[in-house]
Design a binder for this molecule. Structure first.
Ligand code: HEC
Length: 125
């Protein structure tokens, strides 16, 4: 019953421990981010994918000047830890028509990366 587990995890995060996503390790997440996402993304600059500074709390598809898919731009999503986890699991399931050709099946690595992403403050534009 993945839905139930998901709700429990989300509740724990709401209940609690600051910026860390449930069970995620920020340092491991940073390494995994560099290894797995770094080919397309960086924190401060747009590459094949948009920059990630301030991603938690940011509206999806909203970095000015980045050529997003129409699907992501119009998704109406504001990124939080739970949505980032779903996006990394299967972007196409969350936002049909999006253009990120990458999926991350390992739940622990996802949790680590989301914990790391949650630490990124905005970069002044
Ligand atoms: C093959 C290149 C590629 C890889 C690898 C990749 N991404 Fe992406 N990512 C993209 C593209 C392209 C988009 C824009 C998608 C769109 O416009 O539909 C995107 C969009 C995103 C967004 C939405 C950003 C926004 O401004 O709304 C997030 C969050 C994201 N990626 C996280 C990650 C993370 C975390 C990883 C590593 C686990 C990763 N991506 C790996 C190409 C990639």
């Amino acid at each position: 019953m993945p839905e139930v587990q998901f709700v429990v995890v989300a509740a724990c995060v709401l209940a609690g421990s600051g910026s860390a996503w449930a069970g995620g390790d920020v340092q491991r997440g940073q390494q995994a981010y560099e290894a797995r996402c770094g080919g397309c993304h960086s924190v401060e600059a747009d590459r094949i994918g948009p920059r990630h500074a301030g991603i938690v709390g940011r509206r999806a598809g909203s970095v000015a000047g980045f050529a997003y898919s129409e699907a992501l731009r119009k998704s109406g999503i504001t990124w939080d830890a739970a949505l980032l986890d779903r996006w990394l699991t299967d972007p196409e399931a969350l936002v049909p028509g999006q253009r990120m050709g990458y999926r991350l099946g390992d739940a622990q690595v996802r949790a680590d990366i989301v914990a790391y992403l949650s630490t990124l403050g905005p970069v002044p534009r």
